[in-house]
Write a protein that binds this ligand. Structure first.
Ligand code: BDR
Ligand code: CA
Length: 418
């Protein structure tokens, strides 16, 4: 199969695996789009994964809350300062805030699924310091997969981390890959003098890695900060994961868009994957644009990073400068780049820095103008569907920046336990 023919009905092992996995989920691809698709780079273990109907995903995930609660270990303690917006009314007892209201006495085990990306790099830094970062998985998004994988390895190396980097999907489930060079540069992390990666990724099977890791250990949080393709494929191939995860804390969505008027970039890239994630049934925390635009790399904040000693801080300050310069060049009124992605990490590690509301959120997959939009049900009606998402609405930006600065200053060393 040559490049450009990765479409439903293609015949290679990889192509069949990819298209079979997604075929029963959505069928929106048209001939023109299909002819422009690159060869899918989806993981071979999916060949062996049972292709269960979507109903089984929902059936399994209906137990997810119980799985989450039971995965909290003895000694876990309730973190007191969870702030709920006064508007958060339709709040059934089982919804996700319970999960973020707990904090383990040991760092939370997470897998960071990312597309570095300047702000993804910062998410890795914060995760290295404040979580038990089991692994990093990469997806096509801000840049092509090769570049996002290389960037993730470079950041991992700069931090001196041991954790593996596994590369994943090189395009969305049913749509062509689209990137964000206009924000992140062609490399995905333009603006700094970066070393080459120390080696190749641990595997090209991010989805298999996620499934294996989450089956080996209960209570892992997935933290996606790019298009949701890998996460959707993992949930689709292994429906049991929904009841085993701690939850999913993602960056994406919002009441306004950045790639279109309605859609944020990560969800706009792969709305079908986002739909699968938002209906998976377990704890879900959303750091959308409403939140992340409150957390900007202002000049004085970048200077606080540059003032830190060491190579890592200098590199990251250069990255912040580039990131902010593209944002300022493209916006009428913005003082610095919104530092989106670490919010999805800090939502877990520093939940007291956020306000939130619980809401029912669905993903628009078909709208001509709205594909990828998060439709957040804010109606004050008793009949609205139960909340499925912990929507973060506000952040103590100065305190959160201090968290970022401390993580950079640590050079990636684990923080002292709370
Ligand atoms: C998201 O898209 C990317 O540009 C960033 O890395 C972030 O994940 C913001 O819309
Ligand atoms: Ca990202």
């Amino acid at each position: 199969m040559g490049a450009g023919s990765g479409v439903p009905g293609s015949v290679t092992a990889e192509g069949v695996a990819a298209t079979e996995v997604v075929a029963c989920v959505v069928d929106v691809i048209d001939d023109e789009t299909a002819s422009s698709l690159p060869t899918p780079g989806l993981p071979t273990p999916l060949l062996a994964a049972p292709l269960l109907p979507l109903s089984s995903l929902h059936a399994t995930s209906s137990n997810a809350h119980h799985g989450t609660a039971s995965s909290l270990r003895a000694g876990d303690r309730r973190r007191p300062a969870i702030l709920l917006d006064s508007a958060a009314h339709n709040t059934p007892a089982s919804v996700t805030v319970a999960s973020s209201a707990y904090m383990s006495p040991t760092p939370l085990p997470i897998i960071l699924d990312c597309d570095p990306g300047h702000d993804d790099a910062i998410a890795i830094v914060v995760a290295a310091h404040h979580t038990n970062l089991l692994g990093i998985t990469t997806v096509a998004g801000n840049a092509p997969l090769d570049a996002t994988t290389s960037n993730a390895i470079i950041v991992r190396d700069l931090l001196g981390l041991e954790c593996p980097v596994h590369s994943g999907a090189n395009r969305p489930l049913t749509r062509p890959a689209r990137h964000a060079g206009y924000v992140h540069g062609e490399s995905g992390m333009d603006g700094a003098d970066l070393p080459p990666p120390s080696g190749p990724p641990a595997s090209h099977d991010a989805v298999g890695y996620i499934i294996e890791a989450c089956r080996a250990r209960e209570g892992i949080w997935l933290v996606p900060t790019g298009p949701l393709t890998n996460i959707a494929l993992a949930l689709r191939a292994a429906p049991d994961l929904a009841g085993r995860l701690g939850g999913i804390s993602l960056m994406g969505g919002g009441t306004f868009g950045n790639r279109t008027a309605a859609a944020e970039f990560n969800l706009w890239c792969d709305p079908e994957a986002a739909d699968m994630v938002f209906t998976y049934g377990g704890p879900l925390i959303m750091s959308g644009l409403d939140l992340t635009h409150q957390f900007q790399a202002l000049p004085q904040r970048i200077e606080a990073v540059r003032a830190l000693p060491g190579h890592l801080a200098a590199v990251l300050a250069d990255l912040f400068d580039f990131f902010s310069s593209t944002y300022r060049a493209r916006h009428h009124h913005i003082a610095g780049a919104p530092v989106h992605d670490p919010c999805a990490v800090m939502a877990l590690t520093h939940p007291h820095l956020f306000t939130r509301r619980l809401a029912h959120v669905e993903i628009e997959t078909r709208g001509r103008l709205t594909a990828g939009m998060t439709v957040i049900d804010q109606r004050d009606l008793k009949e609205v569907p139960d909340a499925n998402c912990d929507v973060l609405t506000g952040i103590d930006a100065d305190a959160a920046w201090d968290v970022v600065v401390a993580a950079i200053a640590s050079g990636g060393a684990p923080s002292a336990l709370p």
